[in-house]
Design a protein around this ligand. Structure first.
Ligand code: GLN
Length: 608
């Protein structure tokens, strides 16, 4: 049995309320009077499909008015907002759920949560016969529950026989032309809809489907388009608890809906669906224990929708500048020195997690402060989601950049694809979308440097200028040139000087041009490890160990040339001149130390 945090907390609330016996079981629908007043259950469903429950969570009862948000969602999905708004408003009435009050001005019921509005919505289910409409209604509600639901025929019969007030409402609406179907047909669908059998766990899953953007977290099936959720959740918050809705919004702050069989569902957008069941009702028709249970849960877990939220800037993970964050591109000492000073005119803003509008605005503000005099990169690789409004801001900023004749780099990475896709035509935006952070930083550095050296057209460096041989005297170099057959290799742009798995039989000293050291990934882009330029070396690790094969690809970024020293000849040279070889190996060890520290910095930056 897995140990979790919610079950114990919910059980505590359940136990604390077990003795609460206020309220009366509904009897105006005779069949409802048969409910066991002691039944009490609480359930929570998460948006990733877990369901926690305590008490009588498997006891079945009829959904009653808790069906209304789901029927409303189905109507919005099928007919669209305008058509449904023409049939039912969104204004709370402050009256009882069965009030015979219609919005005469707009010729429609006030909202879809009271009976009048709900009957108007039930009339919108498709079908020419009661059976066809019932089938459409059950299919819609079942998508939210994630299992086939059925009607309790006894409750349906009981409500049909006694539903005179609802009949009055329906015929009154017919009289005003508000009903989209014949009253008997609309009422048949509505009474069946209210008589659908559910248990508390079902209701939690139905609410979780609304919390999860309209997708059922148990089945993965979409029950309603996400675009309709604000409509559904708003009327649940403002009207769902009838003339207790104002106090509910103030105390609990969650979109919710009650039902006279004794249930209440509540939605924590993006997190949970909550349901509670206990048949005793207060004078308004809401379950006393269920209201108390969800109120306590909201208080205990600070779920109130308008509770203070953490600063939106939390998604702004890091802001670095070009003095600390460098591209992997090789740069000559002069360029490196330039970046040591001018690097503060290159800013890299990194976002992570969910990006609300506020965080996007803050990141953009940092970029906007820089692009007038320098370069900027926005890295979204660690982002897990971007609010639609944030995408709008990124696009608007791109247009402002273009209008100002400036530009900046955007790195969508693994999480920011929605932003890149949401940008208008790249021609009208000042964003450069980069495949990776290193590419963007390299391009920003180039622009800061006015180009950047190592383009392959420079004169090849002599052997003596190789960093690996920096410790050798002219005499040492003469010895080396006399006893080691030194080759020269020209590598055209795009060609590989070395490939993974090839024999590691030579050391390459870069004389001109640039190389990228990379790991080939089957079916994907290679992983960029390092950049090399004139004076650098590769393949020299073979001097230190007996690994006979190359461990990475080395590909020319520009036309390039290298001095080539065979390993076997170098080893023989080392036997004859151990002191000279020792200077080469000391240099190599020092270089490896620099590379190791750079790798440590990279790892540390990933963990920060
Ligand atoms: N609030 C409710 O659950 C009322 C639903 C019930 N079927 C009615 O129409 O009266």
């Amino acid at each position: 049995m897995a140990i979790d945090a919610l079950t114990g907390l919910v059980r505590q609330i359940h136990d604390d309320l077990a003795s609460l016996a206020d309220g009366e079981v509904a009897t105006y629908i005779p069949e409802l009077a048969k409910a066991d007043p002691e039944h009490f259950a609480i359930a929570i469903a998460t948006v990733d499909g877990e369901v926690f429950s305590v008490g009588d969570a498997d006891v079945a009862f009829t959904i009653q008015s808790m069906s209304k948000p789901f029927a409303y969602a189905a109507a919005l999905d099928r007919l669209g907002r305008a058509a449904v708004l023409g049939r039912v408003g969104v204004e709370p009435t402050g009256d009882a759920f069965n009030a015979i009050v219609l919005d005469e001005v707009n010729n429609r019921p006030f909202n879809p949560m009271v009976n009048a509005g709900a009957i108007a919505v039930s009339a919108l289910f498709p079908g020419d016969t009661a059976g066809a409409r019932a089938e459409a209604m059950l299919a819609a509600l079942s998508r939210f529950a994630g299992r086939p639901l059925a009607v309790d025929d006894a409750v349906f019969a009981s409500e049909s026989e006694t539903g005179h007030r609802n009949r009055a409402i329906a015929w009154l609406m017919l009289n005003s032309g508000m009903l989209a179907a014949a009253p008997d047909l609309a009422l048949d669908t509505y009474f069946r809809q209210c008589s659908v059998l559910v248990d508390t766990r079902d209701l939690a899953v139905m609410a979780a489907t609304l919390a999860a953007g309209g997708v059922n977290p148990r089945t993965g099936e979409r029950a309603v388009e996400a675009a309709h959720l604000p409509d559904v959740l708003t009327v649940m918050l403002t009207c769902g608890m009838y003339d207790y809705a104002g106090q509910w919004a103030w105390e609990v702050g969650l979109p919710a809906k009650s039902g006279v069989a004794g249930g209440v569902v509540a939605v924590v957008p993006g997190q949970f669906g909550i349901a509670a069941y206990s048949p005793r009702l207060d004078r308004i028709g809401n379950s006393v224990r269920a209201v108390a249970a969800i109120r306590r849960l909201s208080e205990r877990l600070s779920l109130h929708g308008l509770a203070a939220r953490p600063d939106a800037g939390g998604a702004l993970r890091r802001v670095l500048d070009g003095r600390t964050l460098r591209s992997k591109r090789w740069r000559p000492a002069a360029d490196r020195a330039c970046l040591d000073t001018a690097g503060d005119r290159l800013v890299v803003v990194e976002l992570a997690g969910q990006v609300p509008v506020g965080a996007a605005e803050r990141a953009i503000r940092r970029v906007g402060a820089m692009v007038a005099a320098g370069e900027a990169v926005v890295d979204l690789d660690r982002v897990t989601g971007v609010d639609p409004g944030a995408v709008v801001l990124f696009d608007a900023f791109g247009v402002a950049l273009a209008a100002a004749g400036r530009s900046a780099w955007l790195v969508p990475g693994r999480g920011g694809r929605a932003v890149a896709d949401g940008l208008g035509p790249l021609a009208r935006t000042g964003w450069h979308v980069a495949a990776g952070l290193d590419e963007a930083v390299e391009a920003a550095e180039d622009r800061l440097l006015g180009g950047g050296a190592g383009d392959g057209r420079e004169a090849p460096l002599p052997l003596a200028a190789a960093a690996l041989l920096a410790g050798l005297s002219p005499e040492d170099l003469d010895l080396l040139a006399a006893e080691v057959p030194i080759g020269h290799l020209a590598v055209p742009k795009g060609a590989a000087a070395a490939r993974v798995g090839e024999p590691a039989d030579a050391v390459f000293l870069v004389a001109s041009g640039r190389f990228r050291v990379q790991l080939p990934i089957a079916g994907g882009a290679p992983v960029h490890l390092n950049a090399l330029g004139p004076g650098d070396s590769f393949g020299e690790m073979a001097l230190m160990d007996d690994v006979p094969l190359r461990s990475a690809d080395v590909v020319a970024e520009t036309d390039a040339t290298c001095h080539v020293l065979p390993i076997a000849a170098l080893r023989a040279f080392g036997q004859n001149h151990p002191l000279v070889m020792n200077r080469i190996l000391s240099r190599l060890a020092a270089d490896l130390g620099v590379r190791l520290r750079r790798v440590n910095d990279t790892i540390r930056s990933l963990l920060v």
